[in-house]
Write a protein that binds this ligand. Sequence first.
Ligand SMILES: CC(C)(COP(=O)(O)OP(=O)(O)OC[C@H]1O[C@@H](n2cnc3c(N)ncnc32)[C@H](O)[C@@H]1OP(=O)(O)O)[C@@H](O)C(=O)NCCC(=O)NCCS
Length: 153
Amino acid sequence: MTALHIVPAGPAESAVLSALYESAFGEAWAPDQLAQLLAGPGVFALIGLDDAGVPAGYALGRVAADEAELLSIALLPDHRRRGEGRLLLDALMERSAAAGAATLFLEVAIDNAAALTLYRAAGFREAGRRKGYYKVGTTTVDAIVMKRELAPG
Ligand SMILES: CC(C)(COP(=O)(O)OP(=O)(O)OC[C@H]1O[C@@H](n2cnc3c(N)ncnc32)[C@H](O)[C@@H]1OP(=O)(O)O)[C@@H](O)C(=O)NCCC(=O)NCCS
């Protein structure tokens, strides 16, 4: 059974978000940089807590006028493939629509099968490509830009 309790987060939770990011991606995102991002206009964060109240994943978004962007989403490795990514994404879409967004955009690396499957299953469609968008070591990976209309919040 999937159980994830999703709560809003802000700059005060930047250390928790930074730790989740590092566990998920294996690289650092400094808490002070995250806090600065979270203090920016239209930026919001959601944290998914497991049954014991322990942070298991997050989603970061930004809303500007009627457009929203998924900035980052991740789960700890042992929480994947249980539908929890979909729960976080649904919550982010709901929060974006409630803030007035009609469309949600995101970028995903062309080789990220898990994320691509999640986004396609959630109704996102390809809207473009960005060549060499992600740096991986000494090479680059293209990004697919995806978008989805949101139901009014
Ligand atoms: C991307 C991520 C958030 C997906 O979360 P998740 O909880 O594993 O996804 P879900 O269990 O909700 O699965 C959603 C769909 O993707 C599929 N899926 C999940 N992992 C998959 C994988 N490794 N390969 C193929 N499909 C996968 C599921 O089967 C499901 O499809 P369905 O709805 O057709 O059954 C998670 O894999 C993750 O944290 N990855 C590392 C961070 C990352 O890459 N973030 C995205 C870029 S910012």
